[in-house]
Design a protein. Structure first.
Length: 486
C-alpha cells in the first residue's frame, strides 16, 4: 500500500484529543506487589517475598480506558464490578482519570476480577487471579444496555472490550451493536472466545492470529492462509473490516477487498501484556476523530511498537506517538517528558535497579557539574537529572538568565554518559518531580547540608537517602560567567 505521509500522520495524532469514545466491557483490577527475595521459607521450599510496595491500576476494558485518556480522548465507560473492596478500588481508579465518565454498575455477590502479580528483583514470580466467569444478572444487563444506549448518542464510536468475564455474554453484545448502529455510530470489537456471531455486523473486529484460527477453525500459518481466514470471518458475520494483530509480523487490515499490511514497529520487546488494549484504543480514537481505517491502523501499529517496549500493563501518550514519527537518535532519546520519565523509572525499578536523582539549572556546563554528575551516577544504577525550565531559571536567577535555552541545556546534559534521563520541571523546586519519581538516592552539592536539600525529607521518609557530592573549588556557573565577562 502507498506510504502514508508523516505530515498526515502527525495531523491525525493531534486530532486524537477530539475523539469521544464509549467503552463497554469487562473491567478488572490489576495489582502489582513488588519486593525482594533474600531467603527460602522454613515452612516449605518457596521463596519469601519481602514486600516493598504495591501498585493497583485498571485492567481489561479499564486498560482500554487508560489508553484512550492517555491519548487525550474523552471516554464514557460502562461496566460491572462486584460489591467488594476490589470493586471499590477499581471504581476509584477509573473515576480518578481525567476525561472519563464512569458508569460502573454493582452486582451483589459478584467478585470483581482481580489479577495480582508478585514481582521480586524485577522477576515475575507468581500471578493470582480472583474472578467469576459468568454472565451478569439479566436485569443488570438490561440496565447496562440502557445506559450505553444513552451514552452512545453523545459519543462518536462504541468499543466492545470482551475479556470473557460475563459483561458481554448472551445477547448483550448484539443489543449494544444494534443500539450503536441505530444512532449512526461505528462499532469496534476486541473479541473473545469462538462465537463471533455475537458481534455480527460490527464495523471492525480485532482478533490476534490465534483468536482468528480459533474463531474460524482455519490454519493461519502464512500470509495467504491468514487472508483466507480473515475473509471467511468477515463474510460469515458481516463485518465491515478485520484487523489481525500478528505479534512480530505486525498487523494485517482487510477492508472490503483492500489489504494493508503493517510491519512490526518495535525495536525491543519487553512485555506484550496490554498491547491489544493499546491497539484497539488507538484505532478507535483515530476513527472517532474521523481518520480512515488505514491511517487509524498505522497509528495503532506505531502505538503497539511503543507499548511492547515498556514493562507491565502500560499506555502510550500522544507525545510518544508524535516522537515515534521522527525518532531522535542517540543522546536526545534521554530527554523525556515528566510522564515518560516516570514510566522509564518504573521500568528500571522493576529490574531491581537503584534510581538516583539530582537537579539544577545547568546553565553553562562546567567541570563542577561534570564532577557532581559523576559522583551521583556512582551511587546508583540509573541517574535522572531534573532540569529547571527557562521560566523557572528566570524566576530564580533574574531576567538575564538563562544563558542557554532549556532545549540546549537538556541536549548537552543528555550527551553525558552519567545522565540516563533528563526531564524538565517548571516549578521553582523539584519537589513534585521527586514525589513522582521516588528516587532511592537524592544528590546535591556539598554547599548544602542534608537538612537543606529540597525534597530530602520526602526521600528519607520512604527509606531513601540523601548524599552530598564534593565540589570543585571555583567551578560554579556564577564564577564561569564572571570569568567570561573579564
Amino acid at each position: 500500500m502507498p506510504e502514508i505521509p508523516v505530515a498526515e500522520l502527525a495531523e491525525a495524532i493531534r486530532g486524537l484529543k477530539r475523539a469521544s469514545v464509549l467503552v463497554v466491557g469487562d473491567a478488572m483490577l490489576d495489582r502489582y506487589v513488588y519486593g525482594s527475595v533474600r531467603r527460602i521459607s522454613p515452612e516449605a521450599p518457596v521463596p519469601v517475598l519481602a514486600v516493598e510496595r504495591e501498585v493497583a491500576m485498571p485492567g481489561g476494558a479499564g486498560n482500554v480506558v487508560r489508553n484512550l485518556t492517555a491519548l487525550g480522548a474523552a471516554v464514557a465507560f460502562v461496566s460491572v464490578v462486584g460489591d467488594d473492596q476490589s470493586g471499590s478500588d477499581l471504581t476509584g481508579l477509573i473515576g480518578g482519570q481525567p476525561g472519563v465518565e464512569p458508569w460502573l454498575l454493582v452486582q451483589g455477590g459478584r467478585h470483581t476480577t482481580t489479577k495480582t502479580r508478585f514481582i521480586a528483583n524485577g522477576q515475575h514470580m507468581l500471578r493470582a487471579d480472583q474472578e467469576v466467569v459468568q454472565g451478569i444478572h439479566p436485569r443488570l444487563a438490561d440496565r447496562l444496555v440502557k445506559i450505553a444506549g444513552d451514552a452512545v448518542a453523545v459519543t462518536t464510536i462504541l468499543v466492545l472490550s470482551d475479556y470473557g468475564k460475563g459483561v458481554l455474554d448472551g445477547e448483550t453484545a448484539r443489543r449494544l451493536i444494534d443500539a450503536a448502529h441505530a444512532a449512526g455510530r461505528k462499532v469496534v470489537v476486541d473479541p473473545k472466545g469462538r462465537d463471533y456471531a455475537r458481534y455480527a455486523g460490527a464495523d471492525l473486529i480485532t482478533p490476534n492470529r490465534a483468536e482468528l484460527s480459533e474463531a474460524t477453525g482455519m490454519p493461519v500459518d502464512g500470509e495467504d492462509a491468514i487472508l483466507a481466514a480473515m475473509r471467511a470471518l468477515r463474510d460469515a458475520h458481516g463485518f465491515r473490516a478485520v484487523l489481525v494483530t500478528r505479534s512480530e509480523d505486525g498487523m494485517t487490515l482487510l477492508e472490503g477487498e483492500s489489504v494493508h499490511h503493517f510491519p512490526a514497529e518495535a525495536e525491543e520487546v519487553h512485555d506484550v501484556s496490554g498491547a491489544g488494549d493499546t491497539v484497539v484504543s488507538t484505532l478507535s480514537a483515530a476513527m472517532a476523530a474521523g481518520q480512515s481505517l488505514p491511517v487509524a491502523a498505522r497509528l495503532a501499529n506505531i502505538a503497539a511498537g511503543i507499548v511492547v517496549g515498556k514493562v507491565g500493563t502500560a499506555v502510550v501518550r500522544e507525545e510518544e506517538l508524535a516522537e515515534a514519527l521522527t525518532p531522535e537518535r542517540g543522546a536526545l532519546r534521554k530527554v523525556m517528558s515528566r510522564a515518560a520519565a516516570a514510566e522509564q523509572v518504573e521500568r528500571w525499578r522493576r529490574r531491581g535497579w537503584r534510581i538516583g536523582f539530582t537537579n539544577g539549572c545547568f546553565d553553562l556546563l562546567h567541570p563542577g557539574h561534570v564532577h557532581l554528575l559523576e559522583q551521583a551516577r556512582s551511587w546508583c544504577d540509573r541517574l535522572v537529572v531534573g532540569l529547571n525550565s527557562d521560566a523557572s531559571v528566570k524566576r530564580l536567577k533574574g531576567p538575564t538568565r538563562p544563558i542557554q535555552s532549556e532545549a540546549a541545556r537538556a541536549a548537552v546534559l543528555a550527551s553525558l554518559a552519567t545522565a540516563d534521563c533528563v526531564t524538565l520541571f517548571d516549578e521553582d523546586t523539584p519537589v513534585e518531580l521527586i514525589r513522582l519519581l521516588k528516587p532511592d538516592v537524592l544528590v546535591k552539592g556539598a554547599d548544602y547540608t542534608v537538612e537543606q536539600v529540597v525534597g530530602g525529607d520526602i526521600v528519607q521518609d520512604y527509606g531513601g537517602e540523601v548524599r552530598l557530592a564534593q565540589l570543585l573549588p571555583g567551578n560554579s556557573t556564577t564564577a564561569t560567567v564572571a570569568r567570561i565577562k573579564g
